[in-house]
Design a protein around this ligand. Sequence first.
Ligand code: ADP
Length: 340
Amino acid sequence: MCLLANQNCAALMGTTPAALVGTKLGARLDPAMAERILESDRRAMESAEPITIEEDITFPDGEVRTFASVKFPVSVGEQEPLGICAISTEITAQRSAEADRARFMEELKTRNEELEAFNYTVSHDLKGPLLTINGFVGFLEKDIAESNVEKIRQDTKLIAGATAKMAALLEDLLELSRVGSVQSTPADVPLDQVVAEALTRIKGRLEASGASVSIQPESPVLHCDRERFIEVFQNLIENAAKYMGDQPEPWIDIGVREGDGGVIYFVRDNGIGIDPRFHDEVFALFGRLDTTIEGTGVGLAIVQRVVSLHNGRVWVESEGVGKGSTFCFTIQTAGDRARC
Ligand code: ADP
């Protein structure tokens, strides 16, 4: 029974000190919760020493608050303790800040590891063209000394090629970093509009490939960053055209299908296909399966970044080489409105 309570204690119980005195504190709490508090009160009684505990108390409105309490027995003279006195300080905000901090540190650690891996890959791949340039500058000096005009032409051509490769790599890397840093507010955009814009931007290359493109007539609405998703379709459709091989009747099919977790958007082609062993590798930064075909290996990393910023997932389905590929993705945004 409560013999004395201050304003704060009474306010916590949703009452006044006068109303609290003479009643059981636990009567205002859930029985299991009250029993837990009583149990620590008993421990304080029996210990004859102050005890310090941290308690999570669930209040009748369901709110859980954390308290650091010192409980100590109260006795008159040498007599057995009459009861306990508890002094509690609320530490809910402190505990929540600590949990946030721990989560933040964990996230930071993961990001640092990703950044380290990224730095390694970038420096490694940027070194390739630099080594080529360096090597051919050496040959160039020798060929100039010998006045070998034909070789000088070849050297400069290879140096120009490596420079262009490096410029393309840097351009794509810049785009990849922009994807993570510049974001506009998501908006509702019909899929066919996004695809139409992507097709306009790659018109020339698409026509050169001779591939026929079909889009499913029903067009759901994506809740997304419009510009980024134009880029996603641009990358996927461009790849579909680029990796056609010698397919005599190339086609690209763009559409949606229902999956377990909602709508799946896809770009399907009847091109060279991808061995299932490399289905993950193609999404890695600079992950390329055929280095004889022009490219930087950054396109699918950009697609993956955009999709994951929309809380989605991207993957490829292909039975293997020569069997065509289907690149699929899901997206989820606030309220999951992308699941049309
Ligand atoms: P890039 O096309 O510049 O090499 P991407 O990141 O766009 O870079 O693609 C990575 C790799 O995935 C490509 O080099 C290719 O080997 C493979 N790939 C991508 N799209 C397809 C596709 N539609 N069919 C077959 N292979 C593909």
